[in-house]
Design a protein around this ligand. Structure first.
Ligand SMILES: *Cc1c(COP(=O)(O)O)cnc(C)c1O
Length: 410
């Protein structure tokens, strides 16, 4: 089971890291910016901005299609990005499918893998804390979604989850880290138990990828999806890792462009994996920017980032307990840097607006997890979520603003 708190806290040069994020110097509402909305999207370091700029200034051309020099540069950079991304999660490069993000990766699995393999009444076993992107695609593919319950502290009820595995379960799908609660799910145990019953597993790595080391080979996971924009990389780009046997057996989902081998009016044939799932001109800059983000994060180390964020989570948890009438939702023993909360007498929307006036950026709402809000009996929460560039000063600014909310709402 992953326990980021067990990693010896590395000393991380916070000022040097912050200096690499130009946007963190922005003043908002005349105040210092405390950016605590990282579970929605992360900011981008200079290395990523420069990689994007460099690509468009020196190498832009369509990939795989021409013999001219720029097309060669673009293709080399783009396929080099695939190597870099593959190495980051210990995967062979042919098993890295480029997508628009986590959502598209899950939809691809739902349409190409699940849908052709299910009968009426077949189930996908999810958890009660899944993002809508890990619920709705399964329903669109015609499966019943069965959700394992969440305990009061925000942990998965693992025993109940086990009992819900049945011969009707065609796939298990689970978030590595809950975006609403911060709960770190026991994905290694989940994969082991599902595989013991011959059931494949998809891990939604949207929140995991930047905050926990990921080794898809050691995990033996069938599918792992993530988004570049939550990993300090550009928006509109993501990755689906899948086992080779699945990719080979799956039919393409979209047609056109790079996914074909031959086209005839009588019928067409498909390119090899992973290209058979990459129709149309891809997001070259996205791939290159994502690889640059991985280079940047890897140089610091995901373990060091996780240790820093864990220490900050503990500090934030303590400091927020000082605010009268504030209740944190999600206090699982294995937790990443997400602090979801409600306050007596103050609607999350109002909390968010008052914090904004104080320069504190958080998210309020259902966080695309409506069933989870229902489980905790709240329409919405306010959520502060941490990243590598956050420090105690951000938490202090948040807590001071929360005291202001308290004063305003009595
Ligand atoms: C953000 C998120 C998604 C969706 O990611 P997109 O980048 O919007 O496709 C899915 N699952 C979780 C847990 C998330 O946090």
């Amino acid at each position: 089971m992953e326990k980021p708190g067990d990693v010896a806290p590395a000393t991380l040069d916070l000022q040097a890291i912050r200096a690499q994020f130009p946007i963190l110097a922005e003043r908002v509402r005349g105040k210092r910016l405390a950016y605590l909305d990282n579970a929605a999207t992360t900011q981008k370091p200079e290395a990523v901005l420069q990689a994007l700029d460099h690509y468009y200034r020196t190498s832009n051309a369509n990939v795989h299609r021409a013999v001219h020099e720029l097309a060669e540069r673009a293709t080399t950079a783009y396929e080099g990005a695939r190597d870099r991304i593959a190495a980051f999660i210990e995967a062979p490069r042919e098993q890295i499918v480029f997508t628009r993000g986590t959502t598209e990766g899950i939809n691809l699995v739902a349409r190409s893998f699940l849908q052709p393999r299910i009968q009426p009444g077949d189930e996908v076993l999810v958890t009660g804390m899944e993002h809508h992107s890990d619920i709705v695609p399964w329903q669109l593919a015609g499966a019943r979604t069965v959700a394992a319950p969440v305990l009061d502290d925000g942990s998965l009820d693992f025993d109940a989850w086990l009992k819900l595995l049945s011969p009707r379960t065609k796939l298990v799908a689970v978030a590595q880290i809950s975006n609403s609660l911060g709960t770190i799910n026991p994905i290694a145990d989940i994969i082991r138990e599902a595989h013991a019953r011959g059931i494949p597993v998809l891990v939604d790595g949207a929140q995991g990828i930047a905050h926990l080391p990921v080794d898809v080979k050691a995990l033996d996971v069938d599918f792992y999806a993530f988004s570049s924009h939550k990993l300090y990389g550009p928006t509109g780009f993501g990755v689906l890792y899948a086992k080779r046997e699945h990719l080979e057996a799956m039919e393409p989902w979209q047609g056109g462009g790079d996914m074909i081998r031959t086209v005839a009016f009588e019928g067409s044939t498909w390119n090899e994996v992973p290209y058979k799932f990459e129709a149309g001109t891809p997001d070259m800059a996205g791939a290159i920017g994502c690889a640059a983000a991985i280079d940047w994060l890897d140089a610091i180390g995901v373990e060091a980032a996780a240790a820093h964020e864990h220490a900050l989570l503990e500090y934030g948890t303590q400091r927020m307990a000082e605010v009268p009438g504030l209740r944190i939702i999600g206090t699982a023993p294995h937790k990443a840097g997400i602090l979801s909360f409600v306050m007596d007498g103050a609607h999350p929307q109002d909390i968010g607006s008052i914090l904004d006036m104080e320069g504190v950026a958080i998210r309020t709402g259902h966080h695309c997890t409506m069933p989870l809000m229902e489980r905790f009996g709240v329409p919405a929460t306010a959520r502060a979520s941490l990243a590598i560039y956050n420090g105690e000063d951000d938490i202090d600014q948040l807590v001071a603003a929360l005291h202001k909310v308290r004063r305003l709402f009595g």
